[in-house]
Design a binder for this molecule. Structure first.
Ligand SMILES: C/C(=C\CNc1ncnc2c1ncn2[C@@H]1O[C@H](COP(=O)(O)O)[C@@H](O)[C@H]1O)CO
Length: 219
């Protein structure tokens, strides 16, 4: 068991726009969305109505979770036919999208995916490193998908490009419930060397209305 206090959390989940070749990945996405919803957590995601993203969002919604997607206008137009689940926020750019996803969330789950997922993973870890937010980052390592990445991160630390504490800003588990224990824990697991006090004092998730140029898509 884990000696960490549970609280309602809003978990941004980064994962593939594709389902992957192995059915185990979509099953993981579904299990994670279901477990997240059962714990009373909210979900923030990339508002893709496809692949792993759709599987997480639909499973969370089925448990009554509050599901929020954030997507740039043009990407939404392109994917309009896929009808992404949940409440959808439209923003102007990919950068605004990521910033809003990070602000709305209290922690980050990363499931198997491609460039988009890896970009989001590295950015939220970097923001922790720089003290721009202090939010846990947990990889759902199904079928050893992230093993080589985790090994590479160890190498990065060994070679002096990350401190051991910074390396530990990204943790991993293959177990959905353990991941949620970590994601809903009260404080980030690793202190970082460089912190910005104003950012640390910010509430875990900002009010949506505080973000300019985004609008709620009503259906
Ligand atoms: C690449 C394909 C479709 C792109 N459609 C997307 N719709 C919504 N969100 C997306 C999309 N592509 C990337 N994202 C964001 O990145 C992550 C998924 O990217 P990945 O490269 O598939 O890992 C996801 O978390 C979104 O926030 C055609 O399949």
């Amino acid at each position: 068991m884990h000696n960490i206090r549970q609280r309602a959390a809003i978990i941004a989940t980064f994962c593939g726009a594709r389902p992957g070749r192995d059915l185990a990945y979509a099953a993981l996405a579904q299990d994670f969305g279901t477990a997240l919803g059962r714990r009373g957590c909210g979900l923030v995601y990339g508002a893709g109505g496809v692949g792993m993203m759709r599987a997480v969002a639909e499973a969370a919604l089925a448990q009554g979770a509050n599901v929020t997607g954030v997507v740039p206008h043009d990407l939404h137009e392109r994917e309009r036919s896929q009808k992404a689940p949940g409440q959808i926020f439209l923003v102007r750019t990919m950068h605004e999208r990521k910033a809003l996803m990070y602000r709305l969330s209290s922690a980050f789950a990363v499931l198997p995916g491609g460039f988009g997922t890896l970009d989001e993973l590295m950015e939220v870890a970097t923001w922790n490193q720089l003290g721009m937010h202090r939010k846990r980052v947990v990889l759902l390592n199904a079928k050893g998908y992230f093993d080589s990445l985790l090994g590479f991160l160890d190498r990065v630390a060994q070679d002096g490009f990350l401190t051991p504490e910074e390396r530990d800003l990204i943790c991993a588990t293959g177990d959905v419930e353990e991941a949620l224990d970590l994601l809903t824990a009260e404080t980030p697991q690793a202190a970082v060397a460089v912190t910005v006090p104003a950012a640390a004092a910010r509430p875990a998730h900002d009010e949506i209305r505080a973000v300019p140029d985004s609008r709620l898509l009503t259906r």
